[in-house]
Ligand binder design. Structure first.
Ligand code: MLT
Length: 311
């Protein structure tokens, strides 16, 4: 980069300061209002084809999924697209654990019950009442149960390792397991070639797939029917991976015991057998910082050295 050249980067969304600080030099202008930017740095903003002005050469998404970037138009215009695989994997892994715990223990109904006692002023009386009622909130343990992980990339393999540490048996399925991912995967994960076989033998199943033509509505009526009765399904990947109607029918029929999802849909709100979160899988201070730093460094390396890397 010549001494006088200024690189212009347009930002969308709140990008962590630690990431933006990578551009603290007079060589960079980082501004949400630029209309002649060479590069775009974004988080969850849904980028439109019309946002791809002729000056744009690269886009970095501070996150794993790139379904908010119009990839075919980027390919047509020769725009390089980066994402930050793995940078928020720990945050998602921890939320999957919380989802499994919420689905296995009487945490939510127990908390709802306790909050209904706000008029009670006698703590001894309240303890007596709770002792009498607590059987209603008994749950079961994760240790000894089987978790199926569908998608064994950065997040899926961390989830698998966590479940092994918790004393669970782990089955793994990935139609496109990369050599790198296979090396990363804990030895104890039993690789299953057939997704129906995994669903038929697991107590919990966690989805960690990108949205592709081959994965859209992967969890279909047929696959819900293949599930071990009483299975708990967790979706912290993308809404599109699951056919919501199939899930609702599976819950109604009792084939599915519980559905935990980071993607609320109106058909699911208000059901006791569904736990919904507002797409917060990667919403931790640490993950936002890690993603912003990785995305900023990718862009810098590209703009300064022409390097294309996804790590
Ligand atoms: C991701 O794609 O990294 C996560 O779903 C989080 C997000 O979209 O912000």
């Amino acid at each position: 980069m010549s001494e006088t050249q200024t690189r212009r980067i347009k930002t969308y969304n709140q990008i962590s300061d630690k990431g933006l600080s990578r551009f603290n030099s007079t060589h960079y202008q980082v501004d949400p209002a630029l209309d002649d930017a060479e590069a775009i740095l974004l988080r969850s903003y849904k980028l439109q084809v019309s946002d791809l002005t002729a000056s744009v050469r690269a886009i970095a998404r501070a996150g794993a999924g790139v379904n908010n970037v119009p990839l075919p138009a980027c390919t047509d215009q020769g725009i390089v697209v980066f994402n930050t695989p793995g940078a928020n994997a720990n945050a998602v892994k921890e939320l999957v654990l919380s989802g499994m715990l919420l689905a296995s223990r009487g945490i939510l109904p127990g908390m709802r019950y306790v909050s209904e006692l706000s008029d009670m002023t006698d703590n001894a009386e309240m303890s007596k009442l709770l002792e009498a009622e607590k059987k209603r909130f008994a749950g079961s343990e994760l240790a000894g149960k089987t978790l199926g992980v569908i998608g064994l990339g950065a997040i899926g393999s961390l989830v698998a390792g966590m479940a092994i540490d918790m004393g669970m048996t782990v089955l793994g399925y990935d139609p496109a397991l990369s050599v790198d991912a296979a090396w990363r995967l804990p030895n104890q994960v039993q690789k299953i070639e057939n997704v129906s076989a995994l669903l038929g033998n697991a107590d919990y199943v966690s989805l960690h797939l990108p949205v592709l033509d081959s994965t859209r509505h992967l969890i279909s009526t047929d696959l819900v029917a293949a599930m071990k009765p009483g299975l708990c399904l967790l979706n912290f990947s993308r809404d599109e991976i699951v056919d919501t109607d199939a899930v609702v029918a599976g819950l109604d029929a009792g084939q599915l015991r519980m559905y935990v999802s980071d993607f609320p849909r109106h058909e699911l709100i208000g059901r006791e057998d569904v736990i919904l979160m507002p797409h917060i899988g990667a919403s931790t201070a640490e993950a936002e910082e890690n993603c912003a730093i990785m995305a900023a460094e990718q862009l810098k390396d590209f703009l300064e050295n022409g390097n294309i890397r996804n790590s």
